[in-house]
Design a protein around this ligand. Structure first.
Ligand SMILES: [Zn+2]
Length: 99
């Protein structure tokens, strides 16, 4: 089996700002961290609908938000979604820029 590795330093995934903006809902508190999932999740990346399965042992960024009257809700984003976001938002150098 192929070993899962991250293309960029893990801080970039957590601080990507992926969850900033585009959120109309009110939440009280929010936590983001990079995890290895212990059960299968569906990626809830926005933009295009990803819906990719995040398999056991894969890296994912989890966003937990505390909603008034509803409690904590978690949302898992797969690594390719975060990497694409980092590249599109110019937070990492894309290899093509090298001449
Ligand atoms: Zn995804």
């Amino acid at each position: 089996m192929k070993k899962k590795t991250l293309k960029y330093p893990k801080e970039l995934y957590v601080d990507s700002g992926y969850f900033d903006g585009d959120m109309d809902c009110e939440y009280i508190d929010e936590i983001q961290k990079l995890v290895k999932v212990r059960k299968q999740h569906e990626c809830c990346g926005y933009g295009k609908v990803c819906k990719k399965k995040i398999n056991l042992g894969d890296y994912a960024v989890v966003d937990k938000a505390l909603f008034p009257g509803e409690g904590w809700k978690s949302c898992y984003i797969c690594v390719p979604c975060i990497e694409e976001f980092l590249e599109e938002s110019g937070q990492v150098e894309s290899q093509e820029s090298e001449i």
